[in-house]
Design a protein around this ligand. Structure first.
Ligand SMILES: Cc1cc2nc3c(=O)[nH]c(=O)nc-3n(C[C@H](O)[C@H](O)[C@H](O)COP(=O)(O)OP(=O)(O)OC[C@H]3O[C@@H](n4cnc5c(N)ncnc54)[C@H](O)[C@@H]3O)c2cc1C
Ligand SMILES: *[C@@H]1O[C@H](CO)[C@@H](O)[C@H](O)[C@H]1NC(C)=O
Ligand SMILES: *[C@@H]1O[C@H](CO)[C@@H](O)[C@H](O)[C@H]1NC(C)=O
Ligand SMILES: *[C@@H]1O[C@H](CO)[C@@H](O)[C@H](O)[C@H]1NC(C)=O
Ligand SMILES: *[C@@H]1O[C@H](CO)[C@@H](O)[C@H](O)[C@H]1NC(C)=O
Ligand SMILES: *[C@@H]1O[C@H](CO)[C@@H](O)[C@H](O)[C@H]1NC(C)=O
Ligand SMILES: *[C@@H]1O[C@H](CO)[C@@H](O)[C@H](O)[C@H]1NC(C)=O
Ligand SMILES: *[C@@H]1O[C@H](CO)[C@@H](O)[C@H](O)[C@H]1NC(C)=O
Ligand SMILES: *[C@@H]1O[C@H](CO)[C@@H](O)[C@H](O)[C@H]1NC(C)=O
Length: 529
């Protein structure tokens, strides 16, 4: 193993210098590197670590923000009794699926233990239910949903195994007998807690097959536990911690505060342009931008991305998950409970899930509670001023606790993920009737430009561990290419060379009489190649 590595290092020196000198001809004024990693979140750091692990040290990480971590992002909020601020997570907050004895372990859980991250088991049975009249117990509906969900999940398994047509989660739940009436707002609240809260999209918008396969892969494969991270150093500690194992302090290979505006790619190399007009030319690049950033078209690709790639970028959905934080001078809600579910009498998903950080096991005495909205309700809240939103959430709290005099919050804050220019949303979701082939196109490289991140993971999209696996995979593939490990392997192999893609994707099996469509002109969009 060891001697093989040394031999490969010699190969690497050869092939890199060739590729870099080629790029140098085109862009004499640009800084040179072998691998440019675009974005320093979980995927970017994993990619860099994978390169380092393969003795490939000539890379740079180019990051918009002033720190590594990406969507694992905390900030100061409120104050403790000494007047010092608390730390709250605006982005990723849980380790989702831990691991079981003898089974595989979620790498994020491995890191949480390695870096001593303070976290606590999220007890989803520690819940009280409310509506506009106050506390009202509809928790039996949670059990009913869960029974029907089992049937839905089996149906999704059959569809996956038999390669039947996908459908929405709504259709799957309905077939399993979960059919909440539109005006049954308690059932709607329960459904939101069970589905929308995790996926940031409604059952109508989510793929049955890939939504449930993804959930299985995380919660059946690792474990069904979700641990909530409340470490005052911030969840990103695991990312900066891992980065510190192969990067020096203030490592010159990390370019912070660097906004990439243009990416020029060929089959010889990639040149990256920043907003300060500087540039980096590389033999290979790994783009880890969120799906939201790719969809925003704030970064220009030259040449224009091919149709199959553009289609795949627009085909997936970028969700928004907004946590609205409140601190009070006292904890007026039940201190022994982690979750409070509110059913609005008029609007599904209206400030539905409240979470106490003031509960034992978290940060008792912090008097912090937060409420989460997703989708349209998140966009609406993100458009509003703090004052408007504060008024709405305070009205909800006063409905939930009609017999309590609720003071004004001493601190109030929430992020605007949907308009944050380095994320444009929170995490991706797989829409119904979107095939695995389409996802492979989203994941595939174009020439020397690779793509990796949460959204490129078919198995773990939406999750932090998805970002880690994808970053590692891209880093390993490029290291293998550079180390010439691929010389004897065909270039269509998944492990080495290009990531598979399809120039054209067709509809499903032609059982029906498709001649009814005769006369339709197929747009030139699909006929280019
Ligand atoms: C609100 C919220 C809650 C979440 N909750 C959880 C959770 O509980 N558990 C979980 O597992 N996951 C959760 N996630 C998802 C998780 O945070 C992501 O899956 C993961 O952090 C994505 O990592 P990444 O490296 O793929 O992307 P990112 O972290 O987005 O990294 C990409 C990097 O690229 C940079 N960048 C973007 N544009 C440019 C540009 N033009 N120039 C230079 N740099 C640029 C960004 O600043 C960023 O650092 C949550 C996310 C959010 C937002
Ligand atoms: C790099 O190697 C270390 C040590 O073996 C390992 O812990 C880490 O997970 C590896 N990283 C990647 C991205 O493969
Ligand atoms: C979760 O909360 C429920 C309800 O309060 C309680 O009965 C159960 O023991 C808790 N489980 C754990 C693991 O703490
Ligand atoms: C509030 O107080 C009234 C009057 O004492 C009582 O009838 C009602 O049940 C209380 N409501 C709640 C939610 O505790
Ligand atoms: C999900 O897991 C359940 C329980 O193991 C299984 O019955 C079902 O077929 C799985 N579904 C998918 C889509 O993987
Ligand atoms: C971690 O938890 C311990 C025990 O509750 C606490 O004393 C410590 O301050 C916490 N550290 C951080 C960084 O959150
Ligand atoms: C809210 O709960 C109360 C008490 O259970 C009930 O009388 C009322 O009808 C509920 N409101 C709605 C909109 O269902
Ligand atoms: C919190 O503030 C309210 C309103 O100002 C006040 O009535 C209450 O006594 C305060 N609680 C504590 C614990 O100081
Ligand atoms: C590729 O195959 C040739 C001929 O079998 C062999 O000599 C060479 O070592 C192989 N290269 C790698 C990287 O495996």
């Amino acid at each position: 193993m060891h001697s093989k590595r040394l031999l490969l290092a010699a190969f690497a020196a050869q092939s890199c210098s060739a590729a870099v000198s080629k790029a140098r001809d085109d862009n004499a004024q640009c800084a040179k590197t072998t691998v440019a990693i675009l974005g320093g979140g979980m995927a970017g750091v994993a990619a860099a670590q994978a390169l380092s692990n393969s003795s490939m040290h000539d890379f740079v990480i180019i990051e918009y923000q002033d720190k590594l971590g990406g969507r694992v992002h905390h900030t100061n909020f409120g104050q403790d009794e000494n007047g010092d601020p608390y730390t709250v997570e605006l982005g990723a907050n849980w380790v989702q699926g831990l691991g079981s004895p003898g089974g595989p372990e979620n790498p994020i859980w491995t890191f949480a233990k390695k870096w001593g991250l303070n976290n606590t088991y999220s007890n989803y049975s520690s819940i009280r239910t409310y509506n506009e009249t106050g506390y009202t117990d509809y928790s039996s509906l949670l059990d009913e949903y869960e029974t029907k969900y089992k049937t839905t999940s089996d149906l999704a398994g059959t569809i996956l195994k038999e390669n039947y047509q996908d459908m929405t989660v709504r259709s799957g739940l309905s077939l399993a007998g979960w059919k909440p009436k539109r005006d049954d707002m308690t059932a709607q609240a329960v459904e939101w807690w069970e589905w929308d809260w995790e996926d940031a999209y409604s059952p109508e918008q989510s793929s049955l097959v890939f939504g449930i396969a993804g959930s299985n892969l995380t919660f059946n494969q690792f474990s069904d536990e979700n641990n909530y991270v409340w470490d005052q150093r911030g969840y990103s500690l695991i990312i900066t911690g891992e980065a510190s194992t192969f990067l020096k302090k203030d490592d010159p290979r990390v370019h912070l505060n660097s906004r990439i505006t243009k990416i020029s790619y060929t089959d010889d190399g990639v040149t990256i342009y920043k907003d300060d007009d500087s540039c980096v030319s590389a033999a290979y690049a790994i783009c880890t931008f969120s799906l939201g950033v790719l969809q925003s078209e704030t970064v220009t690709f030259t040449p224009d991305l091919p149709d199959w790639k553009k289609t795949s970028i627009e085909k997936f959905n970028m969700g928004t998950y907004t946590k609205i934080f409140l601190q009070f001078n006292e904890t007026f809600w039940p201190e022994d409970t982690q979750y409070f579910l509110y059913a609005s009498p008029t609007t599904r998903g209206y400030y539905p899930v409240w979470q106490s950080i003031s509960t034992p096991g978290f940060i008792p005495g912090s008097n912090i509670i937060f409420v989460t909205v997703v989708g349209e309700q998140a966009y609406r809240a993100e458009r509003q001023t703090d004052e408007q939103t504060k008024e709405e959430v305070m009205k909800v709290l006063r409905e939930m606790y009609p017999n309590t005099t609720i003071p004004e919050p001493t601190a109030f804050m929430y992020p605007r993920w949907s308009t944050t220019p380095w994320a444009y949303g929170s995490y991706s979701n797989w829409p119904a009737a979107t095939t695995l082939e389409m996802h492979e196109n989203f994941r595939a490289n174009v020439d020397r430009l690779w793509f990796a991140g949460e959204a490129t993971s078919a198995q773990y999209f939406g999750f932090l561990h998805g970002a880690w696996f994808e970053g590692r995979n891209a880093g390993e593939q490029i290291a293998a290419l550079l180390n010439d490990e691929c010389a004897n392997i065909t270039s269509t192999s998944e492990a080495c060379g290009n990531v598979r893609h399809y120039e054209k994707l067709y509809g499903s099996s032609p059982l029906a009489d498709y001649s009814v469509f005769d006369g339709w002109s197929v747009s030139s969009f699909y006929s280019s190649s």
